[in-house]
Design a protein around this ligand. Structure first.
Ligand SMILES: *Cc1c(COP(=O)(O)O)cnc(C)c1O
Length: 383
């Protein structure tokens, strides 16, 4: 195996960032096609820039963030965090004691690593249940985390949501909804209610997923719980700083669900084109994906590499040879190795479905030709 630890993933990510830096420096940003669906953006006004001070910034931005954040997520009070992962950690620090249990209910694995890792950090036990497995909470369960939409954009049905909320509330266990992408995917594509409207005590979303904001975590929920989380966030430096807060406000102001709906409509055409010679391709709400196992099936050569390895190699080839960026190239350690092409990405408008199809086929061919040469594979990942 080539990728064996989170340290390896950090190195793989550094290599990908070097490729991107070289490409953008030599050919300009428009040569890069970011199809991760999490390109973000930093939509500040000149007036905002003048207020990026330690105290004046948050004093003003917090009020706007309360307004726009409640509009987007519902709830009583809003808290901005450095990342969604930071918000999850702050919540577990605030609501769970060592020895207690966190249950995580999700539509499908893999789960985001921030939830089990936060539990491990504080010495809480962690139990993961996917749809189809029976959800029961125990005496020592002090938090239920429900994932609204996974890293691979698998969405929890409204029925399963309600059932899980019901069980938690009956046993007076607080519920945090990890709605990183779900706050938009669930509501815009599937017409589901906001998490707080279904009874979530806390909800968090990523302001760079399916919206043009900065990478950051926007949390809303019950005032008493938000205050506990805020207390921990400040103690450990997990809160968002003024520039992030300002950009979150502008991103929420500018947010338009329209391009998510357009991507939902476009993906069927891309799927039809690509799936002709790409068996194992699956649709996501706003694009298509190849799981690591599906990539493995498409490799036309014998290999000792793992499905994760080949998927990350394919992502690196797409980046280096085709200038197409996907998450397995730049993702944080533990992020899903699924190759997801997200048509809701800003750059998707500059590629035709034919362009994407040709690029993926070329990259798959190159991959098949190199998997038996471990040295080249290693160089591609770690330079
Ligand atoms: C993206 C994501 C996160 C974490 O977001 P970061 O910005 O990387 O902290 C957490 N949970 C889910 C389901 C996600 O998709």
């Amino acid at each position: 195996m080539l990728v064996n630890s989170s340290l390896d993933e950090i190195k793989r990510r550094e290599t990908a960032l070097h490729y991107i830096a070289d490409l953008v420096r030599e050919n300009g940003r428009e040569k890069l096609y970011d199809l991760t669906g999490l390109a973000g953006g930093f939509p500040l006004n000149q007036d905002d820039i003048d207020l990026l001070e330690t105290y004046a910034g948050p004093a003003l931005f917090q009020e706007d963030l309360d307004f726009w954040g409640r509009k987007h997520l519902g709830g009583e009070k809003v808290l901005a965090l450095n990342r969604t992962s930071s918000g999850i950690l702050a919540t577990i620090l605030a609501l769970v004691k060592p020895g207690q249990e966190v249950v995580h209910y999700l539509p499908e694995r893999p789960s985001h690593p921030s939830i089990p890792r936060s539990c491990q950090l504080i010495g809480a036990s962690y139990r993961e249940l996917a749809v189809g497995e029976e959800l029961e909470l125990r005496e020592g369960t002090s938090l239920l985390v429900i994932t609204g939409s996974t890293m691979d954009h698998q969405v929890l049905s409204q029925e399963d949501f309600k059932k899980a909320m019901g069980i938690a509330h009956q046993q007076e266990v607080p519920v945090l909804v990890d709605d990183a992408s779900g706050a938009r995917l669930r509501t815009v594509i599937y017409g589901q209610p906001r998490a707080t409207d279904m009874g979530a005590d806390l909800v968090i979303t990523s302001t760079d997923k399916l919206m043009e904001g900065p990478r950051g975590g926007l949390m809303s929920g019950k005032t008493t719980l938000i205050d506990f989380v805020k207390d921990k966030a400040h103690q450990f430096g997990l809160e968002a700083q003024p520039p992030i807060m300002a950009a979150m406000v502008r991103a929420l102001e500018n947010y338009k669900p329209h391009h998510i709906k357009m991507a939902w409509e476009r993906k069927d055409h891309l799927y039809t084109q690509l799936s002709r010679d790409c068996s194992g391709l699956e649709k996501t709400p706003t694009g298509v994906m190849l799981t690591p196992d599906a990539v493995m099936e498409l490799v036309k050569a014998k290999t000792t590499l793992s499905p994760q390895d080949v998927s990350m190699l394919l992502a690196m080839l797409l980046l280096r040879e085709e200038n197409i960026l996907t998450i397995p190239a730049v993702g944080m350690p533990g992020a899903s190795a699924t190759i997801r092409l997200d048509l809701a990405s800003h750059d998707a408008k500059r590629l035709t479905d034919g362009d994407i199809t040709r690029s993926l086929h070329r990259a798959l061919e190159t991959l098949s030709g190199m998997v038996d040469d471990l040295d080249s594979c290693r160089r591609l990942l770690y330079q």
